[in-house]
Design a protein around this ligand. Structure first.
Ligand SMILES: [Zn+2]
Length: 441
Protein backbone atom coordinates (compact mmCIF):
# COMPACT_ATOMS: atom_id res chain seq x y z
CA UNK A 1 0.00 0.00 0.00
CA UNK A 2 0.99 3.59 -0.57
CA UNK A 3 2.58 5.26 2.45
CA UNK A 4 3.65 1.90 3.80
CA UNK A 5 7.19 0.81 4.55
CA UNK A 6 8.19 -2.70 5.53
CA UNK A 7 11.47 -3.12 7.39
CA UNK A 8 12.10 -6.82 7.08
CA UNK A 9 14.20 -9.39 8.85
CA UNK A 10 15.99 -7.28 11.39
CA UNK A 11 16.85 -7.20 15.08
CA UNK A 12 14.52 -4.86 16.93
CA UNK A 13 15.20 -3.06 20.21
CA UNK A 14 11.76 -1.84 21.28
CA UNK A 15 12.98 0.76 23.79
CA UNK A 16 11.02 1.94 26.80
CA UNK A 17 10.94 0.70 30.37
CA UNK A 18 10.42 -2.94 29.39
CA UNK A 19 12.61 -2.78 26.29
CA UNK A 20 12.99 -6.10 24.49
CA UNK A 21 15.35 -7.41 21.85
CA UNK A 22 13.41 -9.20 19.09
CA UNK A 23 15.45 -11.16 16.57
CA UNK A 24 14.42 -11.86 12.96
CA UNK A 25 11.47 -9.53 13.16
CA UNK A 26 9.83 -7.22 10.69
CA UNK A 27 8.12 -3.91 11.30
CA UNK A 28 5.38 -2.51 9.11
CA UNK A 29 4.86 1.25 9.00
CA UNK A 30 1.62 2.72 7.71
CA UNK A 31 0.55 6.39 7.53
CA UNK A 32 3.53 7.44 9.64
CA UNK A 33 2.76 5.04 12.47
CA UNK A 34 4.01 1.61 13.47
CA UNK A 35 1.29 -0.77 12.32
CA UNK A 36 2.68 -4.19 13.06
CA UNK A 37 5.70 -5.82 14.72
CA UNK A 38 5.99 -9.55 14.11
CA UNK A 39 8.45 -12.37 13.35
CA UNK A 40 9.81 -12.10 9.80
CA UNK A 41 8.04 -15.25 8.62
CA UNK A 42 4.68 -14.03 9.87
CA UNK A 43 4.40 -10.71 8.09
CA UNK A 44 2.89 -11.38 4.68
CA UNK A 45 1.90 -7.79 3.90
CA UNK A 46 3.47 -6.08 0.93
CA UNK A 47 4.43 -2.44 1.21
CA UNK A 48 5.24 0.21 -1.38
CA UNK A 49 8.75 0.32 0.04
CA UNK A 50 10.76 -2.46 1.63
CA UNK A 51 13.99 -2.00 3.57
CA UNK A 52 16.21 -4.97 4.24
CA UNK A 53 17.17 -4.94 7.91
CA UNK A 54 19.58 -7.88 7.81
CA UNK A 55 22.85 -7.14 9.63
CA UNK A 56 21.23 -4.15 11.24
CA UNK A 57 19.57 -3.10 14.47
CA UNK A 58 16.25 -1.25 14.39
CA UNK A 59 15.64 1.00 17.36
CA UNK A 60 13.69 4.15 18.25
CA UNK A 61 15.28 7.40 17.04
CA UNK A 62 17.28 9.12 19.77
CA UNK A 63 15.95 12.10 21.68
CA UNK A 64 18.10 15.06 22.73
CA UNK A 65 16.43 16.63 25.77
CA UNK A 66 18.48 19.86 25.97
CA UNK A 67 19.93 21.58 22.93
CA UNK A 68 20.91 25.06 21.68
CA UNK A 69 20.81 25.13 17.89
CA UNK A 70 22.07 28.72 17.90
CA UNK A 71 25.53 27.76 19.12
CA UNK A 72 26.36 26.21 15.71
CA UNK A 73 27.94 29.39 14.39
CA UNK A 74 30.57 29.40 17.15
CA UNK A 75 32.30 26.43 15.53
CA UNK A 76 35.95 27.37 14.95
CA UNK A 77 35.62 30.83 16.46
CA UNK A 78 39.06 31.50 17.89
CA UNK A 79 38.91 35.18 18.64
CA UNK A 80 37.58 34.74 22.15
CA UNK A 81 39.39 35.52 25.36
CA UNK A 82 40.38 32.45 27.37
CA UNK A 83 37.77 31.94 30.07
CA UNK A 84 38.66 30.71 33.53
CA UNK A 85 35.18 29.87 34.72
CA UNK A 86 31.57 29.41 33.63
CA UNK A 87 30.58 33.08 34.01
CA UNK A 88 33.54 34.15 31.88
CA UNK A 89 32.55 31.60 29.20
CA UNK A 90 29.09 33.17 29.06
CA UNK A 91 30.48 36.70 28.95
CA UNK A 92 33.33 36.06 26.52
CA UNK A 93 31.50 33.75 24.14
CA UNK A 94 27.79 32.99 24.37
CA UNK A 95 26.46 36.41 25.42
CA UNK A 96 28.53 38.02 22.69
CA UNK A 97 27.48 35.54 20.02
CA UNK A 98 23.75 35.54 20.77
CA UNK A 99 23.60 39.35 20.38
CA UNK A 100 24.83 39.02 16.79
CA UNK A 101 22.26 36.47 15.68
CA UNK A 102 19.94 37.70 12.96
CA UNK A 103 16.80 35.99 11.71
CA UNK A 104 18.84 34.26 9.00
CA UNK A 105 21.43 33.19 11.55
CA UNK A 106 18.75 31.60 13.74
CA UNK A 107 17.44 29.66 10.76
CA UNK A 108 20.79 28.42 9.42
CA UNK A 109 22.23 27.65 12.82
CA UNK A 110 19.22 25.37 13.41
CA UNK A 111 19.19 23.76 9.99
CA UNK A 112 22.77 22.51 10.18
CA UNK A 113 22.58 20.53 13.46
CA UNK A 114 19.15 19.27 12.39
CA UNK A 115 20.66 17.74 9.25
CA UNK A 116 23.47 16.28 11.37
CA UNK A 117 20.83 14.89 13.74
CA UNK A 118 19.34 12.96 10.80
CA UNK A 119 22.81 11.48 10.17
CA UNK A 120 23.27 10.54 13.83
CA UNK A 121 19.76 9.09 14.26
CA UNK A 122 18.45 11.76 16.59
CA UNK A 123 14.83 12.37 15.63
CA UNK A 124 13.56 14.65 18.42
CA UNK A 125 15.32 17.69 19.90
CA UNK A 126 14.19 19.92 22.75
CA UNK A 127 15.79 23.28 22.03
CA UNK A 128 16.48 26.47 24.00
CA UNK A 129 17.02 29.57 21.83
CA UNK A 130 18.56 33.01 22.35
CA UNK A 131 18.97 35.86 19.84
CA UNK A 132 18.33 39.02 21.91
CA UNK A 133 18.63 41.48 19.03
CA UNK A 134 16.34 39.53 16.72
CA UNK A 135 13.84 37.93 19.04
CA UNK A 136 10.58 38.39 17.18
CA UNK A 137 9.88 35.49 14.87
CA UNK A 138 13.08 33.64 15.78
CA UNK A 139 11.26 30.51 16.93
CA UNK A 140 9.24 30.50 13.71
CA UNK A 141 12.51 30.57 11.73
CA UNK A 142 13.70 27.53 13.66
CA UNK A 143 10.38 25.79 13.09
CA UNK A 144 10.97 26.25 9.34
CA UNK A 145 14.25 24.34 9.67
CA UNK A 146 12.62 21.60 11.73
CA UNK A 147 9.93 21.12 9.09
CA UNK A 148 12.42 21.10 6.23
CA UNK A 149 14.33 18.26 7.87
CA UNK A 150 11.21 16.34 8.91
CA UNK A 151 12.26 15.94 12.56
CA UNK A 152 10.44 16.82 15.78
CA UNK A 153 11.33 19.68 18.05
CA UNK A 154 10.04 21.43 21.16
CA UNK A 155 11.16 25.07 21.08
CA UNK A 156 11.36 27.97 23.50
CA UNK A 157 12.96 31.42 23.75
CA UNK A 158 15.20 32.04 26.76
CA UNK A 159 13.85 35.03 28.66
CA UNK A 160 16.55 36.87 30.57
CA UNK A 161 16.95 40.28 32.21
CA UNK A 162 20.61 40.44 31.22
CA UNK A 163 19.99 42.68 28.19
CA UNK A 164 17.47 45.06 29.76
CA UNK A 165 13.72 45.34 30.23
CA UNK A 166 12.81 45.66 26.55
CA UNK A 167 14.48 42.35 25.73
CA UNK A 168 12.73 40.68 28.65
CA UNK A 169 9.38 41.82 27.30
CA UNK A 170 10.21 40.74 23.76
CA UNK A 171 11.39 37.34 24.98
CA UNK A 172 8.15 36.77 26.87
CA UNK A 173 6.18 37.83 23.81
CA UNK A 174 8.04 35.43 21.52
CA UNK A 175 7.36 32.54 23.90
CA UNK A 176 3.69 33.44 24.11
CA UNK A 177 3.19 33.75 20.37
CA UNK A 178 4.97 30.45 19.74
CA UNK A 179 3.09 28.66 22.53
CA UNK A 180 -0.20 29.91 21.08
CA UNK A 181 0.89 28.90 17.59
CA UNK A 182 1.89 25.39 18.69
CA UNK A 183 -1.39 24.92 20.56
CA UNK A 184 -3.35 26.09 17.53
CA UNK A 185 -1.67 23.87 14.94
CA UNK A 186 -1.67 20.91 17.36
CA UNK A 187 1.03 19.14 15.36
CA UNK A 188 3.01 16.29 16.87
CA UNK A 189 6.16 17.63 15.16
CA UNK A 190 6.32 21.02 16.86
CA UNK A 191 5.76 21.78 20.51
CA UNK A 192 6.47 24.79 22.72
CA UNK A 193 7.72 25.39 26.22
CA UNK A 194 8.21 28.69 28.04
CA UNK A 195 11.94 29.42 28.01
CA UNK A 196 13.85 31.08 30.83
CA UNK A 197 17.60 31.54 30.96
CA UNK A 198 18.68 30.87 34.56
CA UNK A 199 17.98 32.15 38.06
CA UNK A 200 21.02 34.47 38.11
CA UNK A 201 19.81 36.54 35.15
CA UNK A 202 16.13 36.65 36.14
CA UNK A 203 14.53 39.14 38.52
CA UNK A 204 11.69 38.27 40.89
CA UNK A 205 9.38 40.40 38.80
CA UNK A 206 10.19 38.48 35.61
CA UNK A 207 9.76 35.11 37.29
CA UNK A 208 6.40 36.24 38.65
CA UNK A 209 5.26 37.42 35.23
CA UNK A 210 6.47 34.30 33.46
CA UNK A 211 4.68 32.06 35.96
CA UNK A 212 1.44 34.03 35.55
CA UNK A 213 1.58 33.63 31.75
CA UNK A 214 2.56 29.97 31.88
CA UNK A 215 -0.42 29.16 34.09
CA UNK A 216 -2.72 29.95 31.14
CA UNK A 217 -1.09 27.35 28.93
CA UNK A 218 0.42 24.83 31.33
CA UNK A 219 3.18 24.23 28.79
CA UNK A 220 6.01 23.97 31.34
CA UNK A 221 9.31 25.87 31.56
CA UNK A 222 12.68 25.03 30.05
CA UNK A 223 15.33 26.64 32.25
CA UNK A 224 18.96 26.22 33.25
CA UNK A 225 19.26 25.31 36.92
CA UNK A 226 22.35 25.36 39.16
CA UNK A 227 24.62 24.64 36.21
CA UNK A 228 27.57 26.24 38.01
CA UNK A 229 28.11 27.07 41.67
CA UNK A 230 27.91 30.76 40.67
CA UNK A 231 24.12 30.36 40.15
CA UNK A 232 23.73 29.16 43.75
CA UNK A 233 26.03 31.86 45.16
CA UNK A 234 23.98 34.51 43.36
CA UNK A 235 20.70 33.16 44.68
CA UNK A 236 21.93 32.64 48.23
CA UNK A 237 23.60 36.06 48.40
CA UNK A 238 20.86 38.14 46.82
CA UNK A 239 17.73 36.15 47.66
CA UNK A 240 18.78 34.19 50.70
CA UNK A 241 17.54 30.96 49.18
CA UNK A 242 18.73 28.15 46.93
CA UNK A 243 17.98 28.21 43.19
CA UNK A 244 15.41 25.40 43.26
CA UNK A 245 13.74 26.95 46.32
CA UNK A 246 13.45 30.17 44.35
CA UNK A 247 11.91 28.38 41.35
CA UNK A 248 9.53 26.62 43.72
CA UNK A 249 8.53 29.91 45.35
CA UNK A 250 7.60 31.45 41.99
CA UNK A 251 5.78 28.40 40.58
CA UNK A 252 8.38 27.52 37.97
CA UNK A 253 8.53 23.83 38.94
CA UNK A 254 5.99 21.31 37.69
CA UNK A 255 5.46 18.11 35.69
CA UNK A 256 6.13 19.83 32.38
CA UNK A 257 9.18 21.80 33.49
CA UNK A 258 12.70 20.89 32.37
CA UNK A 259 15.59 21.89 34.63
CA UNK A 260 18.80 21.65 32.62
CA UNK A 261 21.98 20.62 34.47
CA UNK A 262 21.27 20.66 38.27
CA UNK A 263 24.97 20.04 38.92
CA UNK A 264 24.94 22.01 42.18
CA UNK A 265 21.75 21.09 44.01
CA UNK A 266 21.43 19.72 47.52
CA UNK A 267 19.10 17.03 48.88
CA UNK A 268 16.41 19.51 49.89
CA UNK A 269 16.35 20.83 46.32
CA UNK A 270 16.16 17.28 44.98
CA UNK A 271 13.11 16.68 47.17
CA UNK A 272 11.43 19.79 45.75
CA UNK A 273 12.17 18.65 42.19
CA UNK A 274 10.89 15.16 42.92
CA UNK A 275 7.69 16.38 44.62
CA UNK A 276 6.94 18.75 41.76
CA UNK A 277 7.67 16.01 39.17
CA UNK A 278 9.89 18.42 37.25
CA UNK A 279 12.38 16.72 34.94
CA UNK A 280 16.13 17.21 35.14
CA UNK A 281 18.26 17.03 32.00
CA UNK A 282 21.85 16.00 32.51
CA UNK A 283 24.46 17.34 30.04
CA UNK A 284 27.74 15.64 30.96
CA UNK A 285 29.93 16.74 28.03
CA UNK A 286 29.03 20.39 28.45
CA UNK A 287 29.54 20.21 32.22
CA UNK A 288 32.99 18.71 31.70
CA UNK A 289 33.85 21.24 28.99
CA UNK A 290 32.80 24.18 31.18
CA UNK A 291 34.45 22.60 34.20
CA UNK A 292 31.37 23.03 36.37
CA UNK A 293 31.20 19.54 37.89
CA UNK A 294 29.31 16.25 37.50
CA UNK A 295 25.63 15.99 38.41
CA UNK A 296 24.66 13.41 41.03
CA UNK A 297 22.23 11.37 38.95
CA UNK A 298 22.56 8.39 41.29
CA UNK A 299 21.15 10.40 44.19
CA UNK A 300 18.52 11.84 41.84
CA UNK A 301 17.37 8.33 40.99
CA UNK A 302 17.12 7.46 44.68
CA UNK A 303 14.98 10.55 45.13
CA UNK A 304 12.64 9.45 42.33
CA UNK A 305 13.58 12.32 39.98
CA UNK A 306 12.98 11.83 36.27
CA UNK A 307 16.29 12.75 34.63
CA UNK A 308 17.12 12.62 30.96
CA UNK A 309 20.14 13.22 28.77
CA UNK A 310 20.88 16.31 26.71
CA UNK A 311 23.91 17.62 24.90
CA UNK A 312 23.69 21.39 25.54
CA UNK A 313 24.77 21.71 21.88
CA UNK A 314 28.08 19.88 22.32
CA UNK A 315 26.86 17.34 19.73
CA UNK A 316 23.67 15.80 18.34
CA UNK A 317 25.21 12.35 18.62
CA UNK A 318 23.44 10.88 21.63
CA UNK A 319 25.62 7.79 22.00
CA UNK A 320 28.69 10.02 22.27
CA UNK A 321 26.95 11.91 25.10
CA UNK A 322 25.95 8.59 26.69
CA UNK A 323 29.53 7.36 26.80
CA UNK A 324 30.94 10.57 28.20
CA UNK A 325 28.18 10.57 30.82
CA UNK A 326 29.12 7.07 31.88
CA UNK A 327 32.86 7.78 32.16
CA UNK A 328 32.15 10.84 34.28
CA UNK A 329 29.93 8.88 36.68
CA UNK A 330 32.77 6.37 37.04
CA UNK A 331 35.22 9.18 37.72
CA UNK A 332 32.90 10.81 40.25
CA UNK A 333 31.99 7.59 42.07
CA UNK A 334 33.60 4.28 41.18
CA UNK A 335 33.48 2.06 38.06
CA UNK A 336 30.51 0.09 39.38
CA UNK A 337 28.24 3.15 39.43
CA UNK A 338 26.07 4.96 36.93
CA UNK A 339 25.74 2.39 34.15
CA UNK A 340 22.00 1.70 34.46
CA UNK A 341 21.24 5.33 35.32
CA UNK A 342 22.90 6.84 32.28
CA UNK A 343 21.60 4.18 29.85
CA UNK A 344 18.06 4.60 31.16
CA UNK A 345 18.36 8.37 30.96
CA UNK A 346 18.84 8.10 27.21
CA UNK A 347 16.69 5.12 26.25
CA UNK A 348 13.80 5.34 28.74
CA UNK A 349 13.66 8.71 30.48
CA UNK A 350 14.18 10.91 27.43
CA UNK A 351 11.08 9.37 25.87
CA UNK A 352 9.15 9.91 29.12
CA UNK A 353 10.20 13.56 29.14
CA UNK A 354 9.45 14.06 25.43
CA UNK A 355 6.03 12.44 25.81
CA UNK A 356 5.07 15.19 28.25
CA UNK A 357 4.87 17.38 25.10
CA UNK A 358 4.66 15.01 22.13
CA UNK A 359 2.51 11.92 21.74
CA UNK A 360 3.70 8.36 21.46
CA UNK A 361 7.34 8.77 20.54
CA UNK A 362 10.49 6.94 21.61
CA UNK A 363 9.32 3.33 21.57
CA UNK A 364 8.70 0.75 18.89
CA UNK A 365 5.10 -0.10 19.69
CA UNK A 366 2.08 -0.66 17.50
CA UNK A 367 0.17 2.60 17.07
CA UNK A 368 3.18 4.76 18.00
CA UNK A 369 4.96 7.24 15.75
CA UNK A 370 7.38 5.61 13.32
CA UNK A 371 10.54 7.43 14.45
CA UNK A 372 13.03 4.69 13.76
CA UNK A 373 16.68 4.20 12.96
CA UNK A 374 18.54 1.30 11.41
CA UNK A 375 22.13 0.93 12.59
CA UNK A 376 24.75 -1.38 11.05
CA UNK A 377 25.27 -3.94 13.76
CA UNK A 378 26.32 -7.56 13.67
CA UNK A 379 27.09 -8.52 17.29
CA UNK A 380 30.37 -10.30 17.94
CA UNK A 381 29.23 -11.57 21.37
CA UNK A 382 25.89 -12.92 22.65
CA UNK A 383 23.27 -10.20 22.23
CA UNK A 384 20.09 -10.43 24.33
CA UNK A 385 17.56 -8.22 26.07
CA UNK A 386 19.48 -8.29 29.35
CA UNK A 387 22.78 -7.10 27.90
CA UNK A 388 21.48 -4.56 25.40
CA UNK A 389 22.94 -1.62 27.32
CA UNK A 390 26.43 -3.15 27.21
CA UNK A 391 26.15 -3.47 23.43
CA UNK A 392 24.77 0.06 23.20
CA UNK A 393 27.71 1.63 25.05
CA UNK A 394 30.54 -0.41 23.57
CA UNK A 395 29.28 -1.58 20.18
CA UNK A 396 26.21 0.12 18.77
CA UNK A 397 27.63 3.54 19.69
CA UNK A 398 30.60 2.75 17.45
CA UNK A 399 28.46 1.72 14.48
CA UNK A 400 27.02 3.82 11.71
CA UNK A 401 23.42 4.88 11.45
CA UNK A 402 22.26 3.63 8.05
CA UNK A 403 18.65 4.77 7.86
CA UNK A 404 16.66 7.44 9.71
CA UNK A 405 12.87 7.56 9.61
CA UNK A 406 10.71 10.19 11.30
CA UNK A 407 6.92 9.94 11.33
CA UNK A 408 7.14 7.25 8.65
CA UNK A 409 9.20 9.43 6.30
CA UNK A 410 12.64 8.21 5.25
CA UNK A 411 15.08 11.07 5.88
CA UNK A 412 18.25 9.04 5.28
CA UNK A 413 18.69 5.70 3.52
CA UNK A 414 21.92 3.77 2.95
CA UNK A 415 23.67 6.64 4.75
CA UNK A 416 22.48 9.11 2.12
CA UNK A 417 20.42 12.08 3.21
CA UNK A 418 17.14 12.16 1.31
CA UNK A 419 16.04 15.68 2.05
CA UNK A 420 15.13 18.32 -0.44
CA UNK A 421 17.96 20.54 0.80
CA UNK A 422 21.22 21.64 -0.79
CA UNK A 423 23.69 21.03 2.01
CA UNK A 424 26.61 22.59 0.21
CA UNK A 425 24.70 25.80 -0.34
CA UNK A 426 23.41 25.81 3.24
CA UNK A 427 26.89 25.43 4.70
CA UNK A 428 28.27 28.12 2.41
CA UNK A 429 25.57 30.56 3.45
CA UNK A 430 26.11 29.71 7.13
CA UNK A 431 29.84 30.33 6.74
CA UNK A 432 29.13 33.77 5.24
CA UNK A 433 26.87 34.62 8.19
CA UNK A 434 29.44 33.32 10.68
CA UNK A 435 32.19 35.41 9.08
CA UNK A 436 30.10 38.53 9.54
CA UNK A 437 29.31 37.67 13.15
CA UNK A 438 32.93 36.88 13.97
CA UNK A 439 34.22 40.12 12.45
CA UNK A 440 32.56 42.09 15.23
CA UNK A 441 34.00 39.94 18.02
ZN1 LIG B 1 21.97 24.91 27.98
Amino acid sequence: MKNEILIKNTTVWTGGEKGKLLKNHSVLISQGKIKKIAPYAKIKEKAAKTLDGKGKLLMPGFINAHMHFYSTLARGLNKIKPSKNFTEILENLWWKLDKKLTKDASYYSALIPLITAVRKGTTTLIDHHASPYHIKGSLFEIEKGVRETGLRSALCYEVSDRDGEEKTKEGIKENLSFIEHAAKINDNRIKALFGLHASFTLSDKTLEQAAAYERNFKCGFHVHCAEAQADQINSETLRNMRVVERFDKFGILGPKTILAHCVHINEREMDLISQSQSAVVHNPQSNANNSVGIADIIKMKEKGILFGLGTDAMTVNMTEELRCGLWLQHLKNDPSKGFAEICQALTVNNAKIANRYFEKIGEIKEGWEADLILIDYIPCTPFETDNFYGHLVFGISQSQVDTTISGGKILMENKKIKLNLDEEKINKKAAEIAKKIWSSF
